[in-house]
Write a protein that binds this ligand. Structure first.
Ligand SMILES: O=P(O)(O)OC[C@H]1O[C@H](O)[C@H](O)[C@@H](O)[C@@H]1O
Length: 455
């Protein structure tokens, strides 16, 4: 079970947020936000809330059937995707697979590689070292049109065709919209196995759809446990505000945002959760960074997420947080128990200044540094709160992911915006098409050239 701890202190002075007081002042608003989301979800057919139904695992049977058919026949999986089509799977496999296993024998699943950029050196470098006969490719795109993903698809398809001939069709799986986009008809024409990205599930909310579940399942992760944990977060979300840490943490984020804490630092104290920060940055930025049009006026809203990892980024970012502008809220993620219980060895006699570390669990040091940093930031007037999870396993990670998606949705309600669209990303795509000479974008290309912007 996750728990949320809002550490506050008189050292925050006027910034201090008394959670009890805030909850009593804002309970009605919070429960209105909760009710609005639950009512829309329960009514069914909402164009944006399909992600709240994912913990039920409607696609699980198809994912497991594909895994069972393919497992053992392949050693490597290349996932082609970007944004929400990549970050969820990357978070799951980094957190839940063995961090360094290379030998197949000691690993239940495939090695999973992510191509999430048009970096030709990386794409060709990966293809150079993999055995095409033993490699699967999962091309993932909700829209089925994303330039970066489709370019990488063309490279992987050509590579497979050159190495395995017509068998390439059995080694490519497409995860995409059931009807729309280029990828769906292409996959059907080629005879690829396909899985759906439900139209009512946005990319940044799709980690518990086939988008994240298939790479995780092929990587040997217990996807049923992932969904079990996500269901626990959904049950948690039904509680009243006084017992609902999803609502409470959304309120803390909202109120500090209103105080002018315009930066949200997301800092899990775990190397295995480092890509959770990347996933959260997209979830938070794309959901809440909006130009709100209300009552004839407009307002640009949303706090800026900063990706961080503890303890590592104590040594890169904390100087700014301690002495720089007091415009930050830091969200820590604490892992109570490590998987292995690794101990720091005792120091040698001539290393006695390190005796204080001897024979202590690494996790004790990790969490001592989290608490030390949390209080050092409070001392600097930077508020923070901590989400704790008992350990990093599929069930608790599934719960945390759904917790953060629900928290973001509530934050969107409190900001009175649509947290589920991303109109702001379209212009960049159109201008890319123009610069790359895609037919139908000549006017935009001329506009760019008039501005002196050419390739
Ligand atoms: O899954 P796709 O349709 O390929 O989209 C991949 C990503 O790119 C889009 O531009 C959006 O900003 C993201 O929300 C999305 O996750």
């Amino acid at each position: 079970m996750l728990n949320f701890q809002n550490i506050t202190s008189e050292r925050l002075g006027s910034h201090a947020l008394d959670l009890e007081g805030a909850l009593s002042d804002h309970a009605a608003r919070l429960e209105q936000a909760q009710g609005a989301l639950l009512d829309r979800f329960r009514a069914g057919g909402d164009p944006y809330l399909g992600w709240m139904d994912l913990p039920r695992g409607e696609v699980l049977g198809d994912v497991l059937a594909l895994r069972d058919r393919l497992a053992g026949h392949y050693d490597d999986l290349i996932v082609l995707g970007i944004g929400g089509s990549s970050l969820g799977g990357l978070t799951l496999t980094t957190a839940l697979q063995h961090p360094f296993h290379n030998s197949l024998a000691s690993r239940p699943g495939m090695r999973v590689h992510f191509i999430d950029n048009v970096d030709g050196d990386v794409i060709e470098g990966l293809l150079e070292v993999l055995d095409a006969r033993r490699t699967l490719v999962n091309v993932i795109s909700k829209s089925g049109t994303t330039t970066e993903t489709m370019a990488a698809y063309l490279s992987c398809k050509a590579w497979l065709q050159a190495q395995v001939g017509e068998k390439y069709k059995a080694q490519i799986i497409a995860t995409t919209d059931p009807q729309k986009g280029i990828l769906r008809p292409l996959a059907e024409r080629e005879g690829y196995a396909t899985l759906p990205v439900p139209p009512t599930v946005g990319g940044r909310f799709s980690v518990l759809s086939a988008v994240g579940l298939l790479p995780a399942a092929l990587g040997g992760i217990d996807v049923e446990a992932l969904l079990r944990g996500a269901r626990r977060a959904m049950e948690h979300f039904e509680r009243s505000a006084a017992h609902n840490e999803i609502l409470q943490s959304a309120l803390v984020q909202h109120l500090y945002g209103e105080q002018g804490k315009n930066i949200t630092v997301f800092m899990p104290y775990s190397t295995r959760l480092r890509f959770l920060s990347d996933w959260y940055a997209q979830l938070w930025a794309e959901s809440l960074g909006k130009n709100r049009q209300r009552d004839g006026g407009s307002a640009r809203v949303g706090t800026t997420p900063v990706k961080a990892v503890g303890t590592t980024d104590q040594h890169s970012q904390v100087q700014l947080y301690r002495e720089g502008p007091q415009d930050k809220l830091v969200v820590f993620v604490k892992v109570e128990q490590a998987d292995r219980g690794a101990l720091i060895p005792n120091a040698e006699p001539d290393e006695n200044e390190m005796n204080y570390l001897g024979n202590k669990p690494y996790q004790t040091l990790m969490n001592a540094e989290l608490h030390a940093t949390a209080y050092a930031l409070l001392d600097a007037g930077q508020p923070n709160y901590t989400i704790s999870l008992p350990r990093i396993d599929a069930e608790h990670l599934g719960e945390l992911l759904q917790f953060l998606m629900l928290q973001t949705a509530v934050a969107g309600e409190l900001l009175n915006i649509n947290a589920f669209d991303q109109p702001g990303v379209e212009l960049g795509k159109v201008l890319t098409y123009a610069l790359m000479g895609r037919p139908g974008f000549d006017e935009q290309r001329a506009q760019l050239e008039a501005e002196g912007i050419t390739l």
